[in-house]
Design a protein around this ligand. Structure first.
Ligand SMILES: Cc1cc2nc3c(=O)[nH]c(=O)nc-3n(C[C@H](O)[C@H](O)[C@H](O)COP(=O)(O)O)c2cc1C
Length: 196
């Protein structure tokens, strides 16, 4: 073991990989719709593009995704930090029947329609991936792991063009990377590796 390595307790080991961009998962079924935060997400394949995301059993989101077979991944930015924590700390289930019956209404979130799936996309985010569930009952049940094919994707061209992120001059539009307990990093310097 390297001299300077400190042991990390296994219950904190996930935090070593935890700071990919936190996303917002939007879902809908019938006249119901919802949004939750999800830090545990990753790309899974190029063509067709696929993603993997952990959706806990207790979430209302999971109920809607199981009913509709699709969802969207919205990539929020630094300006939306407080909102990310709000939608990630409350359940849409608790709002059912109330005057503001969705998190969109309760937290005053503007949305616009997705192009290929019947799910709202959140305005002010910087990227959106429209996803169709790939049914894998075993890993859904055993690990809360959901796989999906990305059927359409969009990004804010101020910070994503020519196939890559570029946040210079746009601190408010930087992606949010959850460390733990509501503490986030945003991207810092970029490094270009030399390629032959
Ligand atoms: C920063 C952050 C990251 C989160 N990441 C995940 C995640 O990856 N998977 C998950 O199931 N829940 C995650 N959560 C918790 C859900 O967002 C939370 O349970 C939410 O209340 C579920 O909402 P719903 O019941 O309306 O679907 C996260 C919460 C926060 C604040």
């Amino acid at each position: 073991m390297e001299n300077k390595a400190v042991a990390v307790s296994l219950d904190k080991a996930y935090r070593l990989l935890n700071h990919g961009p936190t996303v917002l998962v939007t879902s809908a079924h019938g006249d119901q719709c919802n949004v939750m935060a999800a830090a545990w997400n990753m790309p899974l394949d190029f063509k067709p593009p696929k993603v993997a995301i952990v959706i806990d059993k207790n979430t209302y989101t999971r109920e809607l995704i199981m009913a509709s077979g699709n969802f969207a991944i919205n990539v929020p930015c630094a300006a939306q930090t407080e909102m990310v924590m709000k939608v990630g700390s409350s359940s849409g289930r608790e709002l059912l029947g109330k005057e503001q019956s969705t998190k969109f209404a309760a937290f005053d979130l503007a949305t616009f329609p997705a192009s290929k799936v019947h799910v709202p996309l959140i305005a002010g985010c910087i990227a959106w991936l429209e996803c169709q569930l790939i049914s894998e009952p075993h890993i859904q049940e055993a690990y809360d792991l959901y796989l999906a094919e990305v059927v359409a994707a969009w990004a804010d061209e101020r910070v994503f063009s020519d196939g890559r992120w570029h946040f210079d001059g746009h601190d408010d539009l930087k992606t949010l990377h959850h460390v733990a307990g509501g503490f986030f990093f945003t991207p810092g310097d970029s490094i270009q590796a030399h390629q032959e």
